[in-house]
Ligand binder design. Structure first.
Ligand code: CU
Length: 135
Protein backbone atom coordinates (compact mmCIF):
# COMPACT_ATOMS: atom_id res chain seq x y z
CA UNK A 1 0.00 0.00 0.00
CA UNK A 2 1.15 3.52 -0.72
CA UNK A 3 1.47 5.83 2.18
CA UNK A 4 -0.35 9.16 2.00
CA UNK A 5 2.97 10.93 1.52
CA UNK A 6 4.00 8.67 -1.37
CA UNK A 7 0.59 9.12 -3.01
CA UNK A 8 0.82 12.88 -2.84
CA UNK A 9 4.37 12.76 -4.24
CA UNK A 10 3.11 10.81 -7.23
CA UNK A 11 0.39 13.41 -7.70
CA UNK A 12 2.99 16.18 -7.66
CA UNK A 13 5.07 14.34 -10.28
CA UNK A 14 2.03 14.01 -12.54
CA UNK A 15 1.26 17.69 -12.13
CA UNK A 16 4.83 18.56 -13.04
CA UNK A 17 4.58 16.54 -16.23
CA UNK A 18 1.34 18.23 -17.19
CA UNK A 19 2.89 21.65 -16.60
CA UNK A 20 5.95 20.78 -18.69
CA UNK A 21 3.81 19.52 -21.59
CA UNK A 22 1.64 22.64 -21.42
CA UNK A 23 4.67 24.91 -21.48
CA UNK A 24 6.08 23.04 -24.47
CA UNK A 25 2.80 23.45 -26.34
CA UNK A 26 2.66 27.17 -25.57
CA UNK A 27 6.24 27.50 -26.75
CA UNK A 28 5.57 25.83 -30.09
CA UNK A 29 2.49 27.95 -30.72
CA UNK A 30 4.32 31.16 -29.94
CA UNK A 31 7.18 30.37 -32.28
CA UNK A 32 4.94 29.13 -35.09
CA UNK A 33 5.26 31.39 -38.11
CA UNK A 34 2.75 34.15 -38.42
CA UNK A 35 0.77 34.55 -41.64
CA UNK A 36 0.03 38.18 -40.80
CA UNK A 37 3.21 39.43 -39.19
CA UNK A 38 3.36 43.15 -38.65
CA UNK A 39 6.47 45.26 -38.97
CA UNK A 40 7.43 48.83 -39.49
CA UNK A 41 10.62 50.43 -40.71
CA UNK A 42 12.00 53.83 -41.55
CA UNK A 43 12.39 54.54 -45.27
CA UNK A 44 13.66 57.75 -46.83
CA UNK A 45 11.70 59.55 -49.56
CA UNK A 46 9.86 62.84 -50.15
CA UNK A 47 6.79 62.69 -52.31
CA UNK A 48 3.80 60.79 -53.56
CA UNK A 49 5.89 59.25 -56.32
CA UNK A 50 8.28 57.92 -53.70
CA UNK A 51 5.33 56.55 -51.78
CA UNK A 52 4.04 54.71 -54.85
CA UNK A 53 7.52 53.36 -55.63
CA UNK A 54 8.22 52.18 -52.08
CA UNK A 55 4.84 50.53 -51.67
CA UNK A 56 5.04 48.88 -55.09
CA UNK A 57 8.49 47.46 -54.30
CA UNK A 58 7.07 45.91 -51.13
CA UNK A 59 3.83 44.62 -52.64
CA UNK A 60 5.77 43.03 -55.50
CA UNK A 61 7.66 41.00 -52.92
CA UNK A 62 6.07 37.59 -52.51
CA UNK A 63 4.35 37.26 -49.15
CA UNK A 64 3.75 40.96 -48.55
CA UNK A 65 0.06 41.66 -48.02
CA UNK A 66 0.05 45.28 -46.99
CA UNK A 67 2.49 48.16 -47.38
CA UNK A 68 1.86 51.78 -46.48
CA UNK A 69 4.47 54.49 -46.39
CA UNK A 70 3.89 57.82 -44.69
CA UNK A 71 5.36 60.89 -46.44
CA UNK A 72 5.65 62.92 -43.22
CA UNK A 73 6.90 60.33 -40.75
CA UNK A 74 8.81 58.15 -43.28
CA UNK A 75 7.36 55.13 -41.55
CA UNK A 76 6.66 52.09 -43.68
CA UNK A 77 4.02 49.80 -42.20
CA UNK A 78 3.94 46.22 -43.36
CA UNK A 79 1.88 43.08 -43.02
CA UNK A 80 3.48 39.96 -44.44
CA UNK A 81 3.45 36.18 -44.32
CA UNK A 82 6.47 35.04 -42.33
CA UNK A 83 6.45 31.69 -44.10
CA UNK A 84 7.16 33.42 -47.42
CA UNK A 85 9.26 36.46 -46.64
CA UNK A 86 10.96 38.48 -43.92
CA UNK A 87 11.86 42.09 -43.20
CA UNK A 88 15.38 41.54 -44.53
CA UNK A 89 14.03 40.56 -47.96
CA UNK A 90 11.58 43.45 -48.00
CA UNK A 91 14.35 45.85 -47.03
CA UNK A 92 16.45 44.58 -49.94
CA UNK A 93 13.56 45.31 -52.31
CA UNK A 94 13.15 48.83 -50.95
CA UNK A 95 16.88 49.45 -51.35
CA UNK A 96 16.76 48.07 -54.90
CA UNK A 97 13.98 50.56 -55.68
CA UNK A 98 16.41 53.33 -54.71
CA UNK A 99 15.22 54.21 -51.22
CA UNK A 100 17.43 54.32 -48.15
CA UNK A 101 16.35 52.50 -45.00
CA UNK A 102 17.50 53.45 -41.55
CA UNK A 103 20.37 50.96 -41.31
CA UNK A 104 21.45 50.89 -44.94
CA UNK A 105 21.76 53.14 -47.96
CA UNK A 106 20.58 52.24 -51.44
CA UNK A 107 23.37 51.80 -53.99
CA UNK A 108 24.20 54.79 -56.20
CA UNK A 109 22.90 52.85 -59.21
CA UNK A 110 19.56 52.23 -57.53
CA UNK A 111 19.33 55.83 -56.31
CA UNK A 112 20.14 57.15 -59.80
CA UNK A 113 16.99 55.44 -61.10
CA UNK A 114 14.56 57.46 -58.97
CA UNK A 115 12.87 60.42 -60.65
CA UNK A 116 14.59 63.83 -60.47
CA UNK A 117 11.90 65.23 -58.15
CA UNK A 118 12.42 62.27 -55.85
CA UNK A 119 16.09 62.93 -55.06
CA UNK A 120 15.49 62.83 -51.34
CA UNK A 121 19.21 63.05 -50.54
CA UNK A 122 19.42 66.43 -52.29
CA UNK A 123 18.84 69.40 -49.98
CA UNK A 124 17.54 71.61 -52.85
CA UNK A 125 14.95 69.04 -53.85
CA UNK A 126 13.97 68.59 -50.21
CA UNK A 127 13.62 72.36 -49.85
CA UNK A 128 11.48 72.61 -53.00
CA UNK A 129 9.10 70.01 -51.56
CA UNK A 130 8.86 71.82 -48.25
CA UNK A 131 8.08 75.14 -49.99
CA UNK A 132 5.31 73.45 -51.95
CA UNK A 133 3.86 72.01 -48.74
CA UNK A 134 3.71 75.46 -47.17
CA UNK A 135 1.94 77.22 -50.06
CU1 CU B 1 9.36 61.10 -54.90
Amino acid sequence: MLSAVEASQIKIEKMKNIIIVTLLLIGTTTFAQNKNAKASMEVDGICGMCKARIEKACLNTKGVKFAQWNIDTHELKLIFDERKTDTKTIKTQVLAAGHDVKEEKATDEAYAKVHACCKYRDEDVKGAHEEKDKS
